[in-house]
Design a binder for this molecule. Structure first.
Ligand SMILES: [Zn+2]
Length: 333
């Protein structure tokens, strides 16, 4: 029992409400605050911050995932949220993906954006090494980007001749209402507050413009798929979504969904789980890529073919990746 905790009704209440996990007493901060702040002794307790659904801001969901000290709780809206919140956020300048992950689907991703906004100024959030950036420039967009890694930002500025702001989108000082469209890939699971981040992105877009992105859909999976998907990689991933959850998330950020194209990624996921199971058993904390050296590029090309090539023709079900397009709710069309 932590220093300062008293063995009274509240402790029993906490026990009965199931906030005990692996010997750590977690207190629902909202619930506790209403009766704690009048008692000085309680102020010394270091509360572990319980997670909550970023859309509904509630935190009573049942546990759907477990990984180490973290649980993923299922919200009724479709989001799975991490609980407790990690002490430290993941370093946004670190990216474990192979370059093929960005280069192989780059044209398809630009094609998705172009289906809704044909030309103009595009803001890319997290340009990395510029694979999407180059494809967007070739497609006729004027691209500007935000990227927290100074090294990558410098490389993209040098090779593609565009301006890159060294920042997270939440801190970006680029002018609001400046862009015709925006794009990012697989960032929603990492933003500390995905509603605030999407709101910051939406603010950069002019009336009539579009917010486009790609996001993995890994919530509400059957036990079969959950086993095949393997570890959820918490706390690097803090939120997991399904298609209805994305629509609610957009709504909370002042946006409305205009289109979504989903690709089942079960084949690709199963391949990495089967190949990776021995490595994960030997080194559970390793994030090293499964294929390295000469084998890496063909291995990840195969993955991309399974996801976007074959995946397009497979029946829906299991984990998916989705291309999403949205507009301001205030736009009439
Ligand atoms: Zn929710």
């Amino acid at each position: 029992m932590p220093v300062g905790m008293r063995p009274d009704d509240r402790t029993n209440d906490v026990l009965e409400n199931g906030f005990i996990d692996d010997g750590i007493i977690q207190i629902d901060v909202k619930e506790a605050s209403c009766c704690m702040y009048d008692d000085a002794i309680w102020r010394d307790i270091e509360l572990q911050r319980s997670g909550a659904c970023p859309v509904c801001r509630t935190n009573a969901g049942p546990v759907a995932l477990r990984e180490g000290e973290y649980s993923g709780r299922q919200c009724a809206c479709g989001v799975i949220y991490i609980d407790p919140l990690p002490d430290h956020l993941a370093d946004a300048t670190v990216d474990h993906h192979h370059r093929v992950y960005y280069s192989a689907p780059a044209r398809a991703r630009v094609g998705w954006v172009k289906a809704f906004t044909r030309r103009g100024r595009l803001l890319e959030i997290g340009c990395g090494d510029g694979e999407f950036t180059a494809a967007a420039i070739r497609a006729g967009f004027t691209v500007e980007a935000v990227e927290p890694s100074d090294e990558r930002a410098t490389r993209v500025e040098r090779t593609l001749g565009i301006t890159v702001e060294r920042a997270l989108i939440e801190d970006s000082r680029l002018p609001e209402g400046r862009y015709d469209t925006t794009f990012h890939v697989d960032l929603l699971s990492h933003f500390p507050d995905p509603v605030a981040a999407l709101g910051a992105i939406a603010a950069k877009v002019a009336p009539g413009g579009t917010v486009c992105f790609e996001v993995g859909l890994f919530s509400n999976l059957s036990p079969f798929w959950q086993r095949l998907v393997g570890r959820p990689n918490m706390p690097t991933h803090m939120w997991f979504f399904d298609a209805p959850a994305i629509e609610r998330l957009l709504d909370a950020a002042g946006l409305k969904l205009i289109a979504m194209r989903r690709y089942p990624v079960g084949l690709s996921t199963a391949l990495s789980t089967v190949l990776g199971s021995r490595r994960v058993a030997a080194a559970p904390d390793s994030h090293a890529p499964l294929a390295q050296g000469w084998a890496a590029a063909p291995y990840y090309r195969l993955h991309m073919f399974l996801r976007y090539g074959i995946g397009r023709w497979l029946p829906m079900g299991g984990p998916q990746t989705a291309f999403v397009a949205a507009r301001h709710k205030t736009d009439s069309a």
